[in-house]
Design a protein around this ligand. Structure first.
Ligand SMILES: [Zn+2]
Ligand SMILES: [Zn+2]
Length: 391
């Protein structure tokens, strides 16, 4: 289960309503949020997913912050200021991924790292980025006395692509793992998409079976669930394997950097619950910009291009972001001022799935699939509201 907070949704430069690109992804473990998931699995229920997500939203508030590590994808200038309006802490930041070297995606990085240092962070940090970002940070270290009291595990995207097929696994703990995969995109500089797959394994205890066999609830149940074979007071041997099933919950999202060819993501989105992609302009404006200056193609996507791709590939959930500053944040199809309705209608002209246009501080919950539950038809994504109102 992944909770998204958009920290910046503007292309190129900030506006009063939108900062430049950054996205926080919190990794929640539904199994640490009470026992309802366990009961769901035992009964193989197919309950309404909104109800299901709401349950976890309420429960996740009590989940220990340390068990909610988060990733940051891109770090435009001012990202650390945006973070101050949320509950996210730099101490729980586990991984930073940078899609490409354009300033609206990385100029916030040195400041954010310096603030993490000043706030006393000591835990190592994984940074997945183009090689040039390493050079940038070295220059900051050399010229501005930037000193980081924590280790940076720098993973160079170019090396990962050539040596590891662009795939990395990060273990957050024994049961909780993140697989990150990288897809090269098409843009004026090398740009990339990050596929983030969260896998959480959990042992489900078959309490119905235990009850039907007359074995009362006791500490033995817990030991069985932990994989231990036990002996009851009346000498009965119970094998863990007879009462416990392993369930894995899998949630996958794909977050693309700047890109003018969405179909490069065909493989990446195949089993994804959600795609987050830039839609800098409407298709009409994109064509005008390309025609006006044929020698300088900004190499961005229109909302319609992304919508077409998502429709053709059968993608159920799509969030668009990275909007040109020419579009005001309100949504009014009757207004003469370019606004979000233009982008929305452009996408809707090609796409019939679930569509959201991101705003700064907008939060979404993405719920994946658990392999023991038959809930294929449920909605995977729910809009939660603004992080600024998240008390
Ligand atoms: Zn950009
Ligand atoms: Zn760019």
């Amino acid at each position: 289960m992944l909770k998204l907070t958009f920290l910046g949704t503007s292309a190129g430069m900030p506006t009063k309503q939108r900062n430049v690109t950054a996205l926080a992804i919190e990794c929640l473990n539904p199994y640490l949020m009470g026992s309802s998931r366990q009961q769901d699995s035992n009964q193989h229920t197919n309950q309404n997913n909104n109800q299901h997500i709401n349950q976890y939203i309420n429960q996740h508030k009590s989940q220990n912050k340390k068990s909610r590590p988060w990733l940051l994808i891109d770090c435009g200038e001012g990202t650390q200021h945006q973070l101050l309006h949320t509950k996210l802490s730099l101490h729980q930041l586990a991984v930073i991924c940078i899609t490409h070297v354009h300033g609206d995606h990385c100029y916030g990085l040195p400041g954010l790292l310096a603030s993490a240092a000043m706030s006393g962070r000591q835990e190592p940090l994984t940074l997945i980025a183009p090689k040039a970002i390493e050079t940038l940070l070295e220059a900051f270290t050399l010229t501005t006395e930037l000193y980081l009291p924590f280790a940076i595990n720098f993973m160079v995207i170019e090396d990962l692509l050539s040596e590891q097929d662009g795939k990395i696994t990060i273990c957050l703990n024994k049961q909780h793992q993140l697989d990150i995969d990288i897809t090269p995109l098409s843009h004026r500089v090398a740009s990339h998409a990050f596929g983030v797959t969260q896998k959480i394994s959990h042992r489900i205890l078959n309490t119905d079976k235990l009850k039907s066999e007359g074995i009362p609830a006791s500490a033995l149940w817990g030991r069985l669930q932990q994989g231990e074979d036990v002996c009851t007071e009346d000498g009965q041997q119970l094998l863990s394997v007879d009462y416990v099933q392993n369930e894995q919950q899998r949630t996958r999202i794909v977050v693309a950097g700047d890109n003018d060819r969405p179909n490069l993501l065909s493989d990446a989105v195949k089993c994804a619950d959600l795609l987050i992609h830039e839609a800098t302009y409407t298709h009409e404006i994109l064509i005008k910009i390309q025609a006006k200056n044929p020698d300088f193609d900004p190499m961005h996507s229109s909302a319609q291009l992304v919508g077409k791709f998502a429709q053709n590939i059968g993608l159920k959930n799509l969030i668009l972001t990275h909007f040109s500053a020419r579009y005001q944040s309100f949504d009014n199809p009757n207004s003469r001022t370019p606004n979000m309705a233009d982008i929305r209608l452009d996408a809707e002209s090609a796409y019939q799935g679930n569509l959201w246009l991101a705003a700064d501080f907008a939060q979404y919950m993405v719920d994946g699939t658990a392999d023991l539950i038959d809930d294929k038809d449920n909605n995977r994504v729910q809009y939660l509201g603004s992080a600024r109102d998240d008390k």
